[in-house]
Write a protein that binds this ligand. Structure first.
Ligand code: C5P
Length: 235
């Protein structure tokens, strides 16, 4: 088996307000992307990695190349290929460009936000295993703990949604590779996650339990939370 990995790291990260693309902001002394790449070490079989970086940003590209060289060493002989590609204007376009750069013999693909830097290696292995076992799209999700209201354009509440049937979804999201590739080739509309593109092309998507540490680093508060989590893990 060969697991294709797409790490999307092409976002501008304006909400962190540090003037650096988010995946290259420092978290506990290292770029966010360095942490994200460490999640790949527990995958079985061959692994091919594509990283999408901000288009036309030579320094991000150089840093991604260096990180790929250093952080993927633990994969050893299992590392089949690495590629750094220019991302697009949206996450959707970044994923599309990344998928095209993966070797065609990969049987499955996991698509991951670099910004979910602290997802664990076990979590990655679990998602990959579930895709191989079911041949479905596999999406990690957490229960919704807040009450959710649906509103109209004026802000008036029109409905209280039953949260029992809602999930907050994370990455990595896993898919049979050829099916996700076909879905991205066929799909015209933009989606905010890969499972939506896969489902729009007729694929079946299942939710499996998410992981608290796979939260997305978006604002300065998330960066602090990630630093604290790492400090606890490192004792
Ligand atoms: O902006 P947001 O946090 O939703 O982005 C989620 C992930 O998608 C991030 O890892 C970001 O780097 C990536 N992204 C991308 N290309 C874009 C926009 C976001 O690769 N044009």
């Amino acid at each position: 088996p060969c697991t294709g990995i797409v790490i999307v790291a092409a976002g501008s990260g304006t909400r962190l307000g540090l003037g650096t693309p988010k995946a290259f902001v420092t978290l506990a002394g290292e770029p966010i992307l360095a942490h994200a790449l460490r999640s790949l070490t527990g995958l079985p079989g061959r692994v091919a990695v594509t990283i999408a970086v901000p288009p036309g940003d030579a320094s991000s590209r150089a840093m991604a190349e260096e990180l790929a060289q250093h952080e993927l060493v633990p994969l050893g002989e299992k590392l089949a290929a690495t590629a750094i590609v220019d991302g697009g204007d949206s996450r959707h376009e970044s994923v599309r460009a990344s998928l095209a750069a993966l070797p065609e013999h990969c049987d499955i693909v996991l698509v991951h936000d670099a910004a979910r830097a602290l997802a664990s290696p076990d979590f990655f292995a679990r998602i990959a295993g579930a895709v191989r076992a079911t041949r479905h799209g596999i999406v990690p999700g957490l229960p919704v703990i807040d009450t959710i209201k649906q509103v109209d354009a004026t802000g008036r509440v029109v409905n209280t949604v039953d949260r029992e049937f809602l999930r907050v979804v994370q990455t990595p999201q896993g898919f049979p590779f050829s099916q996700l590739l076909a879905a991205y080739r066929a799909g015209e509309g933009e989606t905010t996650d890969d499972a939506a593109t896969f489902a729009a092309a007729g694929g079946t998507v299942e939710i499996v339990p998410g992981e608290a540490s796979a939260f997305k680093i978006t604002g300065p508060e998330d960066l602090r939370q990630a630093e604290e989590l790492l400090a606890r893990q490192r004792g």
